[in-house]
Design a protein around this ligand. Structure first.
Ligand SMILES: [Zn+2]
Length: 255
């Protein structure tokens, strides 16, 4: 196993470059990093090139970074550059996924999104925020009425549903409930809000008498998708409004 020497780029074909390669890569490899980041991320997020490149270097100097590259025998610089491409690609896919999740959080916080482009987009967003707000309020009242302590449970689990928190351990410690119970509560709350929103959408549909429930559910799906496409054309934010498969009844997770 050849570890990169202090004076050479791990590609083996160029000296380290202090400025472009930050003392870690040579100029050509550093240029590839920038190029790959541009391709993978800056078409979506054009203003953040520097930050993304910086993140990639943080990954490269980490323990799981450059030290793990083992050049195939007899390979040239392109083997390393191919590996580098993979590092950037993985980083980019993670970043995009994380940001989509963040867009998802933005449900109740549409001010995080770019300004609406026109009146109908603004209107669609208003509708969604109002619907979610009303649904959350209804479910909150229902949970608070259950018993003492359920009001607090609601507050804690709403954070999970909105993906603002992902630490079940903290919820467990705060509420004194089991991990399984915590997961189930999150699932239940999400489902209740989802059903509540769907009930509102259903109320707004002009339904001919005699439609079967499957058709009605499909119409509700269609309505919600159309509304979200109008409101957030580039963001995948609507899955809160579609029932989540119940993992307990998922045969794959059964022992
Ligand atoms: Zn190089």
């Amino acid at each position: 196993m050849s570890s990169p020497t202090k004076s050479h780029c791990p590609c083996g074909e160029e000296p380290l470059d202090k400025v472009q390669g930050r003392g870690v890569l040579g100029a050509e490899c550093a240029g590839r990093v920038v190029c790959n980041v541009r391709w993978w991320l800056c078409r979506r997020y054009p203003d953040e090139l520097e930050d993304f490149v910086q993140d990639v270097y943080v990954k490269l100097v980490a323990e799981s970074g450059l030290g793990t590259f083992a050049p195939p025998p007899g390979s040239g610089a392109e083997a390393f550059r191919g590996w580098l491409y993979g590092v950037v690609r993985n980083y980019a896919l993670c970043t995009i996924r994380r940001r989509k999740l963040r867009a998802h959080i933005a449900l109740a916080k549409t001010e995080m999104l770019p300004e609406p482009t026109d009146g109908s987009q603004a209107f669609a967003r208003r509708c969604i925020v109002d619907m979610v707000g009303a649904a959350v309020e209804t479910v909150k009242n229902r949970w608070s009425a259950k018993a003492e302590g359920w009001h607090e449970r609601f507050d804690v689990f709403l954070q999970f549903v909105q993906e603002k928190d992902s630490d079940y351990e903290r919820a467990r410690a705060r509420l004194g409930i089991s991990y399984e119970n915590a997961k189930k509560l999150r699932h239940d709350l999400k489902e209740e809000i989802c059903l509540e929103v769907r009930a509102q959408v259903r109320d707004g549909l002009l339904l001919e008498p005699g439609l079967d429930s499957e058709t009605i559910e499909r119409m509700i799906d269609h309505e919600i998708r159309a509304l979200f496409d109008e409101a957030f054309p580039d963001n995948c934010v609507w899955d809160l409004f579609f029932p989540e498969p119940n993992h307990e009844s998922d045969p794959e997770t059964k022992p």
